[in-house]
Ligand binder design. Sequence first.
Ligand code: 13P
Ligand code: 13P
Ligand code: MG
Ligand code: MG
Ligand code: MG
Ligand code: MG
Length: 363
Amino acid sequence: MKVTLSVLKADIGSVGGHTLPSRRVLARVEEVAREEVGRLLQDAYVFHIGDDIILLLSHTHGVRHPSIHELAWKAFREGTQVAKEEGLYGAGQDLLKDAFTGNLHGLGPQVAEMEFEERPAEPFMVLAADKTEPGAFNLPLYLAFADPMYSSGLLLSSELRPGFRFRIMDLAQTERDSYIELDAPERLYDIAALLRDSHRFGIESIWSRRYGEIAAVVSTTRLRNIAGRYVGKDDPVAIVRTQKIFPATEEFGPPFALAPFVAGDTRGSHHLPLMPVKANTPASSFFCVPMVCGLVFSLREGRLSEPVDLFGDPVWDAVRARVVEKAQEMRRQGFYGPAMLPMEELEYTGIAERLRELEREFS
Ligand code: 13P
Ligand code: 13P
Ligand code: MG
Ligand code: MG
Ligand code: MG
Ligand code: MG
């Protein structure tokens, strides 16, 4: 059976700052989606990370289907209505256009979708990040799909032996989408040369070279490219299939435990580590440290099992304690050097204006 997974995410308002959506907003979004289970949809699951609501929809209509995107748009619009009634902060923040035009791409919400022939057992995970950029998934996914130091399956399993194909997007292109496809392991250094620059390049999808099967897909929407100004951080989502012809679920944990420094946190303008947290965690009052959560599901004829939290077991409390220290160390130096983003990546224009004024005082 051919199944499509669509993950659509938007920030439509949050309580007391950029923290988390209210229970009523979440309930409304979930209600709109659930109404279509058994009709347009096979199944639906709704959760949040920080102030972002994630809709996971399974169906048989293929990617970029107008009815699926329209349903998500409707759910986010109706949720926004509740957020406005409640006076939530940034109500409708990620809905950058007024009208639905057949597709969510370019309207503000993040979109990650894949269609595949369902395996007899189809484990997959949904990853969702808050307070960060699409390139935030670059290093963890590179390590899980291309580095045998992290992914021992690349050595141990003949299924994984030919490696994976990386489709990488140039996130700076605003006129049209621009991609390159590179095969690991042969082009490993070229892949690394691009992915190291997480502000500029982002993994868009990853494919099994032996089977031509899609392994992973990441949302690549840059809000600034749509709005032309700072409207919050992009906060990407990803879908990753696991086991058998793909890396095992447990081979994704250690790459995330690294918690690499990424762009994001306060005013989307700093570098802090990407902290693995449980699903439905509010954004942190500690500078809005970038966060990622992961839910792992099994799929049968498009029906979702209950999820398991990828970062929910006791190991992750120890990981988080270390990540907090790493974050504190960086933020102790405030605005200085790599703690704050370089000028061309800074989301706020205030500092550019200040520098222009100061320029006139130079002699
Ligand atoms: P189990 O015996 O618990 O199924 O172990 C499977 C495994 O190899 C995990 O990596
Ligand atoms: P989001 O609303 O995109 O999560 O980020 C807001 C922000 O800049 C917090 O400082
Ligand atoms: Mg927000
Ligand atoms: Mg957010
Ligand atoms: Mg955002
Ligand atoms: Mg087992």
